[in-house]
Design a protein around this ligand. Structure first.
Ligand SMILES: NC(=O)c1ccc[n+]([C@@H]2O[C@H](COP(=O)([O-])OP(=O)(O)OC[C@H]3O[C@@H](n4cnc5c(N)ncnc54)[C@H](OP(=O)(O)O)[C@@H]3O)[C@@H](O)[C@H]2O)c1
Length: 158
């Protein structure tokens, strides 16, 4: 079991935290001292939240994880959710090659546009990590955070 380092005072917003990439990002951020505000589509569904909360509980930092609800196809509500956060990991997409193509494309395009426009309004520059770059932060050895404003560990967006 990894141990969490002390809180560094910075809060990172992560979309799609119940997803494969999102929940690993949450764990890494908490381990490296960040607080996390994470979005899911259905807070009332234990299958969407319990495994994410377990990361914080296992690390003994439950107070550093705050989950909120949001659908990235909706433009409204994100500004209030993301206000006060220092950076954004946007992983909420439909990761599939089957299903309704319109939904898949809209979720990727409109979803990212919604999050990016809010991120630009309420966060420091360089505070977005798009889903296509998500793999670059999942190194088991080093947590990469794409904001020069963030404290260590620092890394540039690749
Ligand atoms: N998996 C990989 O190995 C890998 C590698 C590199 C890059 N990526 C990229 O990382 C991103 C996420 O992949 P993943 O493997 O984590 O996918 P995933 O496990 O399917 O997770 C997708 C997440 O997006 C959420 N989501 C989908 N539509 C949404 C909407 N309209 N509003 C809000 N949330 C929504 C899902 O929530 P629900 O559970 O409610 O549907 C889920 O939390 C993708 O862009 C993918 O291309 C993945």
């Amino acid at each position: 079991m990894s141990e969490a380092i002390p809180a560094n005072g910075q809060t990172i917003f992560v979309t799609g935290v119940n997803g494969h990439i999102g929940n690993h990002i949450v764990k890494d951020l908490l381990t490296h001292g960040y607080a996390v505000k994470g979005s899911v589509r259905d807070l009332s569904d234990p299958k969407k939240v319990d495994h994410v909360k377990k990361h914080a509980e296992t690390l003994g930092v439950a107070e550093r994880l705050h989950l909120v609800e949001g659908d990235v196809l909706e433009a409204d509500g994100w500004a209030e959710q993301m206000d006060g956060c220092d950076a954004l990991f946007h992983t909420a997409t439909v990761y599939s090659t089957s299903g309704d193509a319109t939904v898949i494309i809209d979720t990727a395009n409109k979803g990212t546009q919604h999050l990016q426009s809010i991120r630009q309004a309420v966060m420091p520059p360089s505070s977005l990590i798009p889903p296509t770059k998500a793999r670059s932060i999942c190194s088991p050895l080093q947590m990469n955070v794409a904001s020069k404003e963030l404290s260590t560990p620092q890394a540039l967006l690749l």
